[in-house]
Ligand binder design. Structure first.
Ligand code: TMP
Length: 211
């Protein structure tokens, strides 16, 4: 049986790393074989593209170049990792996927959705995640948390307005398709966040068994 494709999304500082560790534990506890991967990245070539995308540079990166690099890495990642793993029956847990492109390039960079939709169809056909968790915190809180980590990358240098557009895009994508998306209020204490995640995963697994 084909594996399930789960993606984790959110703006900066929402706690993806901690919560992905929690989801990995949940998968192990449920005896599900899976791989954990990320975008941009996930293969040696796509990780090189990630470096290019995230590094700070004097040259202005035009939005179309950024968008195409996101999808170039994604095409490689799907071909080399995601599809083969799902076909073998393994679940794929991916830190960000195409929803990040709608949120960051579509809304953050104000490119709109049309071009992204076309590229999504070209690169993915009708392949989409089975479940997407959107970790949501107010932008200021997320930036404060993220700021305590390392040197900011090219995206982390963006302003609050950019991240507000990103956040609202995620929330509106999720609201328009509640079957696939679950918004997790990640501003709460960690144990409450993880309860919401466990509930979501348990009911997803239940639905899968029933249907
Ligand atoms: P990360 O720090 O969560 O690994 O993500 C790297 C950055 O890449 C993050 O700031 C969001 C950005 N990004 C996009 O702008 N578009 C995309 O399609 C993806 C996957 C990530």
């Amino acid at each position: 049986m084909r594996g399930k494709f789960i993606t984790i999304e959110g703006t900066e500082g929402v706690g993806k790393t901690t919560n992905i560790a929690f989801i990995k534990q949940w998968l192990d506890d449920n005896g599900i074989s899976f791989i954990n991967t990320r975008e941009p990245g996930g293969t040696p070539l796509a990780e090189e593209i990630r470096q290019v995308l995230l590094s700070n540079r004097d040259e202005k990166v035009c939005s179309k170049a950024e968008l195409l690099m996101m999808f170039a890495g994604r095409a490689q990642h799907i071909d080399q990792v995601i599809e083969p793993q799902l076909a073998q029956g393994n679940w794929v847990l991916c830190d960000r996927f195409t929803d990040a492109t709608y949120a960051y390039q579509g809304a953050g960079r104000e490119m709109g959705d049309d071009l992204i939709k076309d590229l999504e169809t070209m690169v993915q056909g009708d392949m989409r995640p089975d479940l997407t968790l959107i970790l949501d915190v107010p932008v200021e809180l997320g930036l404060e948390r993220a700021g305590k980590r390392s040197e900011p990358d090219r995206f982390e240098l963006e302003k609050t307005d950019f991240f507000n557009r990103v956040r609202h895009a995620y929330l509106s994508i999720a609201t328009n398709n509640p079957q696939r998306y679950k918004i997790i209020d990640a501003s709460q204490a960690l144990e409450h966040v993880q309860l919401q995640i466990a509930d979501t995963l348990n009911s997803f697994l239940q639905k899968d068994h029933n249907g």
